[in-house]
Design a binder for this molecule. Structure first.
Ligand code: HEC
Length: 258
């Protein structure tokens, strides 16, 4: 059904949209039947009321005042309560291209195997564990492959870029960017085998040259910020999503380096 019907106007709608919906998508709430108890438990979990190991809740106090929380609770229980049918927004039918789909599955499999390999290898396992991001159990993040079939990955908590040698089947190098606790996140390899990654907390777009082992950090115009992922177009322009501000950033490395 249409989004606006699923999410009728009301006190609490805006709070729910910028918290639950922003992270979980529009179909998370309407696919369950929420009671006051389960909605409160979810809010406690997301706000890390119990003060568990994850350090910070998914919802920080700055994101939700006590009044906001009351409004969110009322909105969730009255619109997605036990008396409401399970619903979702309309899902568009996409024509399936088997060639593309095949590639998607290969990538997914590579990620899973790679993560398993890493934990079996137990190389610097401690620095590769990223529990503080609420991703307990996941080690390396975002594996990418360079032209020599080396696998590179970011290590969010641990502040590293790592290199996995496929022939040796182990992590052979870890490099640390200049910014402390920068949370290296999305990464890609450009056509010259340079690595580009987003510093999630450091709020930089950073280039790593595997030959000279130099890092170059480019600061976006919006700072501080949180950046998750990035990519490069055919003209060498880096585009990145400033996750914390809903902005799309553009970096021309040829100009910034001049
Ligand atoms: C900043 C992103 C973020 C926001 C905001 C957020 N969540 Fe979550 N939520 C997560 C992540 C990541 C997980 C899984 C890891 C964890 O448990 O922290 C999760 C897990 C959950 C779970 C437990 C897993 C499950 O599927 O049952 C529930 C319930 C939940 N969220 C409900 C909510 C509700 C309700 C809101 C809005 C009031 C909300 N979340 C807001 C990111 C978020």
């Amino acid at each position: 059904m249409p989004y606006d019907e699923l999410y009728p106007a009301g006190v609490g709608k805006a709070v729910v949209e910028r918290t639950c919906v922003a992270c979980h998508g529009p179909n998370f709430l309407p696919r369950r039947k929420w009671t006051e108890q389960s909605a409160n438990a979810a809010l406690d979990l997301m706000m890390n009321v119990s003060g568990g190991a994850r350090e910070r809740g998914m919802i920080t106090p700055a994101m939700m005042s006590p009044a906001d929380r009351q409004a969110a609770l009322a909105y969730i229980t009255s619109n997605f309560g036990a008396d409401k049918p399970v619903r979702s927004t309309k899902v568009q039918e996409y024509p399936l291209d088997e060639k593309v789909l095949g590639r998607a599955m290969t990538l997914r499999d590579l990620t899973t195997h790679f993560l398993q390999d890493l934990s079996a290898g137990a190389v610097e396992r401690k620095s590769l564990t990223s529990t503080a991001m609420g991703m307990s159990g996941s080690l390396g993040h975002t594996p990418v492959v360079d032209s020599n079939q080396n696998v590179w990955f970011t290590v969010i908590v641990g502040n590293k870029i790592g290199k996995w040698d496929r022939a040796a089947e182990k992590v052979v190098a870890l490099y640390e960017p200049p910014t402390k606790n920068s949370y290296p996140y999305g990464v890609f390899v450009d056509k010259n085998d340079k690595l580009w990654f987003a510093e999630f907390a450091g709020c930089n777009i950073t280039k790593f040259d595997p030959v000279s082992q130099d890092f170059t950090e480019y600061s976006p115009l919006t700072k501080p910020c949180q950046i998750r992922r990035l990519g490069m177009d055919s003209k060498g322009i880096v585009w990145f999503g400033i996750y914390s501000h809903g902005k799309l950033g553009k970096l021309d490395p040829s100009k910034a380096e001049r």
